[in-house]
Design a protein around this ligand. Structure first.
Ligand code: PGA
Length: 247
């Protein structure tokens, strides 16, 4: 798994036609990906087959945006880690703030999901982030460290095989990006927490997410503890996403 990584989170967007054109353009740009850099797209479940067909043999990885914490059984509407693995997924986003906010996902559940993803040989991208009210109340560190701690409790040394994404909720889809200084400050806290928890966790990739665009990616990615990005809106535009990956 490359340490420097840009992951596109398509959210609930796409169609067979638009996916085909997006993936075709991304495939054409993969040669510009630097050594040790990875590009990944996390697509809606129904498009996993199309994505795996179109990206077969490419350097671009793919994955899902959520997974069930259960292995199998009577869980109507849920999708298991084993199923995702069958579609060739290498990555699964867990604990995105939209899941926490609209589906009431707790940090404990996020830890369970991360564990089941690892158990099936895939990499969980564990999202943490504070709301605007929490930031304004000076609670950013307490909130993100608490969210990460639940996952650390569950994974132990296996955290070394995960990716962490810091996504301040107030920056997601708002056009209001954290400044490189604001993002780096939180990444440094998370890095320190990982290092203290597990000897092998200091080198875990920590991605920044929240209104990452082609014109702000380079300054964010230049920060010492920012290893790449988790990109929502801008990942739906092939030129924009390729430019972010090139950064
Ligand atoms: P955004 O979303 O880039 O559209 O702000 C990021 C995310 O939610 O992962």
């Amino acid at each position: 798994m490359p340490r420097r990584l840009v992951v596109g989170n398509w959210k609930m967007n796409g169609s067979r036609a638009s996916n085909a054109s997006l993936l075709e353009t991304l495939s054409a740009s993969e040669a510009s990906l630097g050594e040790g850099c990875g590009m990944v797209v996390c697509v809606p479940f129904p498009y996993l087959q199309q994505t795996s067909d179109l990206l077969a043999g490419r350097r671009i990885g793919w994955g899902a945006q959520d997974v069930s914490a259960h292995r199998q059984g009577a869980f109507t509407g849920e999708v298991s880690a084993a199923m995702l693995r069958e579609f060739g997924c290498s990555y699964v986003i867990v604990g995105h703030s939209e899941r926490r906010q609209y589906h009431g996902e707790s940090s404990d559940l996020v830890g369970q999901k991360a564990a089941v993803v690892l158990e099936h040989g895939m990499t969980p991208i564990v999202c943490v982030g504070e709301t605007l009210a929490e930031r304004e109340a000076d609670r950013t560190e307490e909130v993100v460290s608490g969210q990460l701690d639940s996952v650390l409790q569950r994974l132990g040394a296996d955290i070394g095989r995960a990716v962490v994404a810091y996504e301040p909720v107030w920056a997601i889809g708002t056009g209001r990006t954290a400044t490189p200084e604001q993002a780096q400050a939180v990444h440094a806290i998370l890095r320190q927490q990982l290092r203290q928890a597990e000897a092998n966790a200091g080198s875990v990739s920590i991605l920044y997410g929240g209104s990452v665009k082609a014109d702000n990616a380079a300054s964010l990615f230049a920060c010492a503890d920012i290893d790449g990005g988790l990109v929502g809106g801008a990942s739906l535009n092939a030129q924009e996403f390729s430019a972010i990956c090139a950064a």
